[in-house]
Design a protein around this ligand. Structure first.
Ligand code: 3HC
Length: 527
């Protein structure tokens, strides 16, 4: 028999958000599904998940009412494990407790056919730990779906050292047949996607904890500045903060990298029972419809400011084009700076920036805001060299062609100056977010460590470039994968930002990995 279509009756144990989503995906794919829950009440909740999710598709005109009925009819709901006796595959999706999962697998071992493949949807436990307690370790695989399961296209298929290749091939073929993309990976904590995602999510929580930036500004920065579908706090609330904590603990236990040690704010919210969307409150409150995200937003349309741009190079050109689009008049000679509301230094190196800033500080009017783009070094170093540090903020455009501006206020920035800078940049059509004067502002400080982790995975042979990129695009909705991002953003830029982050924090994992440095030296892209 070919692998394709080799499963026709599939069991799903546990019909919470993930289990119900998986059952829906299987039933939509035309398979007969047996859904098992512990009691009638849980079973009815599972039925509710299935009806709501497919009902939503009907409302949006993506599914006819008849097709919805057919899908629901394909799912037999039961509280009796014995009903799984005819299944050729059973997927377990019960809460993330090893004792509970082992109990479920012991039961499955008893009731399922000897040739049935048993799969776990665990996101944080070791598949091998589960496999060794069964009488059929060669038939145990991991199938890791992503939330929301009906939408996200990635499924990680996990093979332990005990799994027979045929079981892996059959499950991967099933996943493909369901219209999803399988990525096959060994049994390592976090597999591919979570291993990359959660270091970033935890770092965002740490930024909030340390007061580097607000929840809304961090979320806005990562959507508007890095093109992600959701900011890290919105995403953690979607995943569930208890799940986030479990995943981080599992990854930390294996990596011993303190960046995976869960941020106290996460633990505090979990202890308080504030688990995200599912309980109505996490980082955000969902008591009213939707999230209470307010975001910084662009300022309402006002007269464009008069902007001085000092320096030459690509950034100066991009800023001039931006001002042009916003209808702002630009001054670029020292003699004209006196009339400017905002003077932006856009030099190509630190020494040139310092000289230009000193001259600009003397020429600019007293209430002008001076913005340093901080090419190397910190904003405060540049601010002190101007002789009027109270008027200075750092400004960073993570994508000079994009719409996000990050503003860093230093300890010397005067009261209200960062607000004025945000207002002026808003009048240029930019969305402004604030942070403290730290390397990488928000976007680069979060994205380059994640990209470094991806390069480390590649360098260590943990996964190949296609799997790594597929994990993040298909599993987490990123517009492009990290290996492609590194080549697009520039490996030399990655190394420069990582060195600055490492110099500031002395965090060993922030030093650029050898593969990056090697490619920069060779002048070659990763792909
Ligand atoms: N169930 C079913 N369908 C859903 C859904 C849900 N919960 N949420 C959204 N959808 C569908 C909608 O029906 C819509 O489809 P349609 O246009 O065909 O009707 C489509 O998804 C887009 O939805 P919306 O327009 O409402 O919302 P967005 O455009 O904002 O997209 C999103 C929502 C797809 C969730 C997007 O924001 C995204 O990709 N976010 C990132 C999610 C992510 O990273 N997931 C992985 C988390 S990690 C994980 O799960 C691993 C675990 O181990 C922790």
């Amino acid at each position: 028999m070919s692998s394709e279509g080799s499963f026709s009756r599939v069991g799903v144990v546990g019909l919470g958000t993930m289990g119900a989503g998986i059952a829906e995906v299987l039933a939509r794919g035309g398979l007969a599904v047996v859904g098992v829950e512990v009691n009638r009440e849980a079973l009815e909740r599972g039925r509710g998940h299935l009806e709501r999710s497919t009902g939503r598709a009907v409302k949006r005109g993506r599914l006819t009412a008849d097709a919805q009925r057919e899908i629901l009819d394909r799912v037999a709901l039961t509280t009796d494990f014995a009903d799984l006796g005819d299944c050729d595959l059973v997927i377990e999706a019960v809460p993330e407790r090893l004792d509970l999962k082992r109990k479920v697998f012991a039961e499955l071992d008893k009731v399922c056919r000897e040739d049935a493949v048993l799969a776990t949807n665990t996101s944080s436990l070791s598949v091998t730990d589960i496999a060794v307690t069964t009488g059929r370790p060669s038939k145990i695989v991991g199938v890791h779906f992503f939330n929301p399961a009906p939408v996200m296209k990635l499924v990680e298929v996990i093979a332990t050292v005990l799994t027979e290749p045929d079981a892996v091939a059959r499950v991967a073929a099933l996943v493909r047949g369901l219209g999803k993309t399988p990525v096959t990976i060994g049994d390592r904590a976090g597999f591919v996607a979570n291993r990359l995602l959660f270091g970033y999510l935890n770092q965002a929580a740490g930024m909030l904890e340390s007061g580097h930036a607000t929840r809304d500004d961090i979320d806005t920065a990562m959507t508007a500045g890095a093109g992600l579908p959701m900011g890290p706090f919105t995403l953690m609330d979607l995943i569930g903060l208890d799940t986030c904590l479990e995943v981080l603990e599992a990854i930390y236990a294996e990596s011993r990298d303190r960046r995976h040690a869960a941020s106290p704010v996460l633990r505090e919210l979990v202890t308080a029972g504030l688990l995200g969307r599912k309980t109505g409150r996490g980082f955000y409150s969902y008591e009213k419809a939707g999230s209470d995200a307010s975001g910084s937003g662009a300022a309402a349309a006002e007269e464009p400011p008069v902007v001085g741009i000092v320096g030459v190079g690509p950034l100066a050109d991009a800023l001039a084009a931006l001002c042009d689009r916003a209808g702002a008049s630009v001054r670029d000679s020292a003699a004209d700076l006196a009339g400017c509301d905002l003077v932006i230094e856009a030099a190509e190196d630190t020494e040139a920036a310092r000289a230009l800033l000193s001259a600009a500080a003397q020429a600019a009017k007293p209430d002008a805001v001076l913005a340093v783009t901080s090419v190397g070094g910190s904003v405060i170093e540049q601010a002190m060299a101007t002789g009027r540090p109270a008027d200075v903020v750092g400004v960073h455009l993570p994508d000079p062609a994009g719409t996000l501006a990050e503003i860093a206020a230093t300890v010397a920035t005067g009261p209200g100056v960062a607000d004025r800078a945000a207002g002026l940049l808003g009048r240029l059509g930019l969305t402004a977010v604030r942070c403290r004067d730290r390397a990488g502002f928000i976007v680069d400080a979060l994205r380059f460590p994640y990209l470094n982790d991806a390069a480390a995975m590649l360098g260590a042979g943990y996964a190949d470039a296609d799997s790594i990129d597929a994990a993040m695009t298909l599993g987490c909705g990123y517009p492009t994968g990290p290996i492609a991002d590194l080549d697009r953003l520039g490996l030399d830029r990655a190394v420069t930002v990582l060195r600055a982050l490492h110099a500031e924090t002395r965090e060993p994992a922030l030093a650029p990995v050898p593969l990056l440095v090697e490619h920069v030296t060779a002048g070659s892209p990763l792909r």
